[in-house]
Write a new protein. Structure first.
Length: 355
């Protein structure tokens, strides 16, 4: 595969690019120059990300034949949001070269038992040559917004010539159960269509409460930790969900979003495609999908960068480049882009009629 040189620009220049893009008063010309640096830094992570995804796919499918593994390079708007995020009122201090999830791969396991199994057997007990630098187990300790899953951060390490330049690049590995994935992608769908940031704990109060309650409902199904502050009694929890669903019209809205989006794609060479550029435009009500074979990864990354530049600061437009083995895997891993909330709605409807 084509590799991008991570040292084309110095770390100082890369961090400066992040600062320039985070400054609202920066001129458009300076931003364009800075975007070129950011694009190179992000693209350089593609090779080590591929190595981690390859291993993740191999070990997950040994444990669970239905395991679903994908990879993605972080979207520029998400990168910029993270660079400017303040914590406890303190000024943002994040540097671009310090960001731990520029590149990531994710596995969705059939259930929570298998999610824990791959975590312990393949990432805790197993001898991985790459250096683990961070770990957050949101299954044992869920986020206050209801998010659950396991995040592992590794520094890429190689002593082979031609690969040493990638040493030190950070790659994130995410592990989720299917239920946790259904919840997380439903949140992302609502975020996009309602212009919220529930995912960053910055959404409307009722929507945030609804997803906290739903996370606890899923936790009861998986016999794991409930979200702090939500009812521990199933009946009380389900009735609160019913009350908020009625108020927010969750099912009606999700069905409307799904029916409104038209899909345009070039997925004729499905077997040979490994990279997919997804462009979701809620204003035009369409999803454009472009697929690329493995040999055209560099072209795919460049098209990704161009699409983001074209849509810079347009709230109704979202774009992401995903690596997946098949289009079926793509649709399962990113149902939010296909506005496919059917599984979430099915579970929600069962909750609504139980009491």
């Amino acid at each position: 595969m084509n590799k991008v040189d991570p040292k084309k620009f110095s770390k100082a220049k890369t961090d400066m690019a992040g600062e320039i893009l985070s400054d609202k008063n920066t001129s458009d010309l300076k931003k364009l120059e800075a975007i070129e640096v950011l694009d190179n830094w992000r693209a350089a992570h593609s090779y080590p990300m591929h190595i981690f995804k390859k291993r993740l796919k191999s070990v997950s499918e040994k444990i669970d034949k239905n395991a679903l593994s994908v990879q993605r390079l972080k979207r520029v708007p998400s990168i910029l949001k993270k660079l400017t995020r303040e914590y406890d009122g303190k000024k943002a201090t994040m540097k671009l070269t310090q960001m731990q999830d520029i590149a990531g791969c994710r596995v969705v396991m059939s259930n929570i038992e298998l999610a824990n199994k791959i975590y312990y057997e393949e990432y805790i007990k197993s001898d991985i040559k790459h250096q683990k630098v961070n770990e957050k187990n949101y299954i044992l300790n869920p986020k206050i917004d209801g998010y659950r899953g396991i995040h592992l951060i590794y520094k890429y390490v190689s002593d082979k010539e031609g690969k040493k330049d990638f040493n030190g690049l950070l790659i994130e590995v995410q592990i989720r159960s299917k239920l946790q994935h259904i919840w997380a992608t439903a949140v992302e769908t609502v975020d996009f269509f309602t212009k919220q940031a529930i995912k960053s704990n910055e959404g409307e109060k009722d929507w945030m409460e609804f997803f906290k309650l739903m996370s606890s409902a899923f936790a009861i199904m998986e016999k794991t930790t409930l979200i702090h502050g939500t009812p521990t009694n199933e009946k009380e929890l389900y009735l609160k969900i019913k009350e908020l669903e009625t108020k927010l019209h969750v099912i009606t809205k999700m069905k409307h979003w799904r029916e409104s989006i038209r899909q345009f794609d070039n997925l004729k060479n499905e077997i040979n495609s490994e990279f997919f550029l997804l462009e979701l435009d809620t204003l035009q009500e369409k999803l454009n999908i472009t697929s690329y074979p493995k040999r055209k990864e560099k072209e795919a990354i460049q098209d990704y960068a161009n699409a983001e530049k074209k849509a810079f600061n347009i709230e109704s437009y979202d774009v992401v480049l995903v690596g997946a083995d098949t289009t079926a895997d793509l649709k399962k891993a990113y149902p939010n882009y296909f506005v496919d909330t059917k599984e979430f709605i099915d579970i929600l409807q069962k909750i609504l009629i139980k009491y």
